[in-house]
Design a protein around this ligand. Structure first.
Ligand code: HEM
Ligand code: HEM
Length: 141
């Protein structure tokens, strides 16, 4: 079960990164060319993000690298701290930005919608890229 969730989380990470890049590029093109907002593209990024959030939360409460390793002692271990604190916290924050961006865009006119999704999704992607456990990611190692 844990192994399955880890594989799922790892695969969804790739899907989310691709979804965000596609959402950002298409929204940026629409923004700079003053074209209509494409809600379906933004929804692609939102859904990939929400599914990953759900799987990440399950992992956080089941994996030995999640909540179970939350301790004062582990605070000084940078890899442990990445897994039990920095990774989950940053990813939740990124997902909040994506959700707020998507929701605000839903009620805005085209120009503002494109701008909101472009900025919020880009900041979220940067946050995500800074806290992926690159050095230990099973897909890359
Ligand atoms: C930890 C789990 C989750 C949380 C906390 C969460 C939270 C939220 C919130 C707060 C919104 C509101 C956006 C708005 O104001 O319109 C939202 C929308 C949405 N969520 Fe999630 N979600 C979760 C899991 C999922 C999952 C597993 C899916 C499956 C695909 C999903 C799909 C969606 C979709 C499609 C919308 C937007 C619908 C729309 O307004 O067009 N979410 N979610
Ligand atoms: C939203 C974007 C997220 C991305 C792109 C992402 C990506 C990743 C990646 C690439 C790994 C390494 C997996 C491996 O080595 O096979 C990982 C591990 C992990 N993630 Fe996430 N994650 C996200 C969100 C979350 C969230 C929201 C939580 C918890 C609230 C979370 C909790 C964890 C945990 C506990 C692990 C360690 C699992 C283990 O190896 O036992 N992740 N994540």
């Amino acid at each position: 079960m844990l192994t399955g969730m880890k594989h799922l989380h790892s695969t969804l990470a790739i899907i989310l990164l691709v979804a965000l890049v596609i959402s950002i590029v298409i929204t940026a093109v629409n923004y700079f060319q003053a074209k209509p907002y494409n809600r379906k593209i933004a929804l692609f990024g939102l859904m990939a993000g929400h599914i990953q959030l759900l799987v990440g939360l399950v992992l956080y409460f089941t994996s030995p690298l999640g909540l179970q390793s939350f301790s004062g002692e582990n605070m000084s271990n940078s890899l442990a701290r990445l897994y039990f604190l920095e990774h989950p916290l940053t990813m939740v924050l990124a997902l909040i930005l994506i959700t707020v961006g998507y929701s605000k865009a839903k009620k805005a006119e085209d120009y503002a919608a494109n701008r909101t999704v472009f900025f919020m999704y880009t900041i979220a992607l940067i946050l995500i890229l800074t806290r992926i456990p690159w050095s230990t990611w099973s897909l890359l190692n």
